[in-house]
Structure formats: C-alpha cells, structure tokens
Design a protein around this ligand. Sequence first.
Ligand code: IPM
Ligand code: MG
Length: 352
Amino acid sequence: MKIAVLAGDGIGPEIMEQALRVLDRLALPGLELTSCDVGGAGYKAHGHPLPPATLAAAKAADAVLFGAVGDPDCDNLERALRPEQAILGLRRELELFANLRPATMFKGLEDMSGLKPEIAGAIDLLIVRELNGDVYFGDKGIRTLDDGRRQGWDMMAYAEDEVRRIAHVGFRAAQGRAKKLCSVDKANVLETSQLWRDVVIETAAEYPDVELSHMYVDNAAMQLVRNPGQFDVVVTGNLFGDILSDQASMCVGSIGLLASASLGAELTQYGTKGLYEPIHGSAPDIAGQGKANPMAMILSLAMMLRHSFSLEAQAVRIEAAVAGALGDGVLGGDLGGNAGTAEIGEAVLARL
Ligand code: IPM
Ligand code: MG
C-alpha cells in the first residue's frame, strides 16, 4: 500500500507528523511511505511547486496524503510557480474530479459555531465539489482592450460528461446517506449552469430512490446559515464548491476540523486512488509554533483508509478517537482552547 506523503508548507509538516503517528499506531502491514516536497517547499528546494519527482511519486502511489500549501515568500512569483499550483496540478494530473467535503457537527461543540447551537447541532452534510473543470481550469488572462483598458478574463465551461460523472458521485453518495441530493448552480444567469442542471436532471433518472432538488448558489449560501440541517448531499461546481465548503466549515465551528477526499476514476487493488487533505490552508501566521490543530489532517487520514484502502473499521476508529478527544474538551486554539499540536495528537492516540 503505497502512500505519497506531501506535507507542504506552513503548518503542513506539524500536522502531518501527528497524522503519521496515528497511522503508525494502527500498525498496518505492507505500508510504503514516500515523502516529497510540494508547494513553497517544492519551489525552494527544486525550483517548482510540483517537482517532477513529487508528481511521479503521487502518480505511483495508491493514495496521496497532503498537508497544506501556501507560503507568503512565494506570493510574488509568477502564477505558474506559486504554491497553490501544486494542488491544482495534482488534481489535474491525477484527474481527481470528485472532492468530498463532509461537514458534521461534533457533539459538544455546538457553542463553537457562529450559528445558534440548536441550528448548528443539525449539521450533517457532504459537499461533493467538482474539481477538474469550471472557471478554475478554463483559459484565462489579462488583456488590453482596443481603448487601452486592461481586462481580466476567465473562461467558465463544463462539458456534459464532466457534469455527468460528478452527478453520479453525488447521487451515489446520497444513496449511502439520507438519500437527498441538492444540486447548486446559478442557472438563472449562467449557461454553464443551465447545462449543469439539465445533465443532473437527466442523470437523476438512474436514481429514483434519491430526492433531487436544485438551488441557486446565492440562496444556498443563505440556506447554509439559515437552516443547514436541511442539507444531506450537495453537488456543485468547482468555484461554488470552493466557497460553500469554507462557509460550511465555519458553520461547524472550525475549519481546523474538516477533512477532504479528492477522488478520480482510477481503482487500485485496494480501493479508489485519491488525495486526502484538510480543507484549511498552511496558516503561516502560526506555523512552527506547535499550535495548529492536527484534527483535520488526522480525519483526512481516516478518509484515506476508507476510500483508498477499504479499511472502514480503522477509519471509524480514528474518527471516534477524534470525536472522543473533542468530547473530553481537548480543544485547539481554533476552538478557543489551548491544546497544542502534539498534545492533540497524543489525546487522539490515547483514545485509539
Ligand atoms: C481549496 C483551496 C484551493 C482551491 C486553493 C488553494 C487553490 O481553496 O482546496 O479549497 O481553491 O481549490
Ligand atoms: Mg478553498
């Protein structure tokens, strides 16, 4: 079972260290870990945020465990060399088109949410975000118009097969949960969204057991704070999913708790090949201080065991250990507590 370990920048290496302790404790036979530089660390060591050796290791692996990328030192580099290009490049090169971002309220943390506790307590949703298309990967540029004004432009497009394959992921995820799928688009304004909606409706014919609804993205943003308990699975495009998933994380209380899986169509002998990362960033402001909450990284490890290695029981054990630590009041700074990175790692290990 080959795992490429890409810790990345900022707090990435600290939180990865704790996730690897958890993995080590499970004592799984046949693991082969390869660590590589990525992001700003990749640029500084090899001149590129996604060095060829890192990409090769990710391609050769059954799963990629990813920390975070983003380094203020690199903010003024040309776009192609900025740390964020590493994660975008991996998503594209490994054709990881389905991003699963679960947001569930942890018992006892209802007061941490920006929402009223009784509203936050009902959050149990999964955002299925398309990850290979949309305005993210269309042509883009800054051009000069005939009258001399500069104009920035980005092409938004979805082909029907791209919509269909993510719709299938959404419907199947709903079948495994409360059987409700809400497709989020902006079909009242965008043609891209009109096609999205048409294709989702066509795909629905294959899933008569799933209740499908549609929502414009502005309304979805409002409903997420008004009544997030109404959502089971949300399927949406790359840009809308990026925004709504950050919003959903704050509804839960902290972005430091949310994990994600990015999956493609490739199956290995163990499960679905994927990349697993916390949805938070590299948090350069607290990097190297032992303050970062490693829980989202540890929960990403659990998702890896579930999806890429079909080790559901181990995934559940890890998730229960994290929930147990939270329930016992082991809270990082992101949750108003003062437990440090290693202390949280130990608390999770103790409950495994
Ligand atoms: C995310 C991040 C990335 C994205 C950035 C780092 C390119 O915000 O994974 O949500 O926009 O997809
Ligand atoms: Mg984002």
